[in-house]
Design a protein around this ligand. Structure first.
Ligand code: XIL
Length: 433
């Protein structure tokens, strides 16, 4: 198949059009696939619905920050944890324009970067035969220009933000057959991982494959076509085959990249953790090249407990009995100020709440340090660094303003920043606000 690289402008227009139309999970195809049922998932289960990106690019045009006043004197977060773990952030390429405040701030504090949206298949492979690498290439150029910056690729196989055409084909009800979907996955992984061979150090090869309600593989009623279509290829009685194939293909396309299986709620839902754990264990025992597990960690101010999170890390670390080099990463950390389905649209960030958030971050990072010292945690990536860029401003409750990150909307370090760096400075930081 001939691969056509789109010109950036066309590509952006297509991506925007798709985003604008795309208020349902990307993998829900059309009415021609009758098996799909509408389900109501219980909180805090579903966090995968795709909406418009919450980043408001226009917000930064011509805006002057107070950045220079405070910025130079702040400790660099990545240096604070240099002996513990890599510290990273999700990012979009428009935030990486050289010389901008966001570029400077990101490079000052973080040493590992994940593309928030731009390397998702719905943007990279929007239609058959069309690959658009404009944004991913920019991300790679950023890595080339900053050799100390480690790049994570996010993500290859996911039920959400995957192009609809992948799941359509000559099968029953207009659905793709197992062979068709495997061919698309193979082409995608070969093309994308192959293109960035040696450049992307970690790939989130499979994302969110497990069900919240059962811990088993996600099925049609949870918007995933992967297991239902691909099925049990090797006849061993399980349907992990799409995951296994994705890892084998990624390994072949870039033998040096570290391959991660990533999911959410692992830190707070034992059912999900156990299902995920059993599946990874079984695949590792069969020699599937899984190098690491990713705990997304989209958590809340008061949920889960630090001890729960710690126990989840320690449980996953027992998989090192099978793969002694297994990597554990926190891949998408943010701390919502709201309970999952809280319908309020604002929260007063008064001294009490700023302090609570800062203490929450302090407790979390203390625990991360302890786990890193035991060899159980290699990387912590935050899902953004300033509140204005967080997806949680619109999700899961549209229009709900959130404050989940370490820098505020003006890029000023919040008391939470000091919670991460030095908890004895929280009170002074709150007073200064
Ligand atoms: C989110 C992005 O942050 C949003 O901008 C986008 O609209 C939807 O996806 N789990 C993941 C991430 O693995 O890819 C999601 O990112 C957040 C949940």
């Amino acid at each position: 198949m001939k691969i056509k690289i789109l010109k950036p402008v066309t590509a952006i227009a297509i991506a925007m059009l798709f985003t604008a139309c795309n208020n349902v999970p990307a993998a829900v195809v059309t009415d021609t696939v009758p098996e799909i049922q509408n389900t109501t998932t219980s909180a805090p289960a579903e966090i995968t619905t795709v909406g418009e990106t919450t980043v408001d690019e226009a917000m930064f045009e011509g805006k002057e920050y107070r950045l220079p006043a405070t910025y130079e004197t702040l400790p660099n977060l990545k240096d604070v944890f240099a002996d513990d773990f890599y510290l990273g952030t999700a990012i979009n390429t428009f935030q990486l324009e050289e010389g901008t405040d966001t570029y400077n701030l990101a490079l000052k504090h973080f040493n590992i970067f994940t593309t928030e949206n731009e390397m998702k298949p719905v943007y990279v492979n929007p239609s058959e035969g069309v690959f658009d690498f404009a944004a991913p290439d920019k991300f790679i150029a950023f890595g080339d220009a900053n050799p100390d910056a480690i790049l994570r690729g996010h993500t290859l196989v996911w039920h959400s933000q995957a192009p609809e055409w992948w799941f359509k084909g000559s099968g029953e009800g207009g659905r793709a057959t197992s062979d068709e979907l495997m061919a698309r996955m193979t082409e995608y992984i070969n093309t994308t991982v192959g293109r960035y061979k040696g450049k992307i150090k970690y790939w989130d090869v499979v994302n969110e494959a497990f069900s919240d309600s059962t811990g088993q593989l996600r099925q049609l009623h949870e918007q995933s076509y992967w297991a239902p279509i691909i099925g049990d290829l090797d006849g061993d009685g399980d349907e992990y085959d799409f995951i296994e194939q994705a890892f084998y293909l990624a390994r072949e396309a870039d033998p040096d990249a570290k391959l991660i299986i990533n999911d959410y709620n692992l830190e707070q839902d034992p059912r999900k953790l156990n299902g995920f754990y059993d599946a990874v264990k079984s695949m590792l025992e069969q020699g599937v090249p899984i190098d690491g597990v990713g705990i997304q960690a989209h958590i809340q101010l008061e949920w889960p407990s630090i001890i729960n999170f710690k126990m989840a890390i320690e449980k996953l670390a027992t998989l090192k009995e099978i793969n002694p080099d297994l990597i554990i990463q926190v891949t998408e950390l943010d701390v919502s100020m709201y309970a999952w389905s809280d319908q309020s649209l604002t929260v007063d960030m008064n001294a009490e709440n700023e302090t609570k958030l800062a203490v929450r971050y302090a407790d979390l990072f203390d625990m991360f340090r302890e786990e890193a010292a035991k060899g159980n945690l290699e990387t912590v990536v935050m899902w953004g660094f300033y509140d204005g860029m967080s997806w949680l401003n619109d999700y899961p409750i549209p229009g709900r303003t959130n404050h989940p990150l370490l820098f505020d909307r003006d890029l000023i370090a919040k008391p939470a920043f000091w919670g991460v760096v030095d908890r004895t400075k929280i009170d002074a930081a709150v007073e200064e606000e």
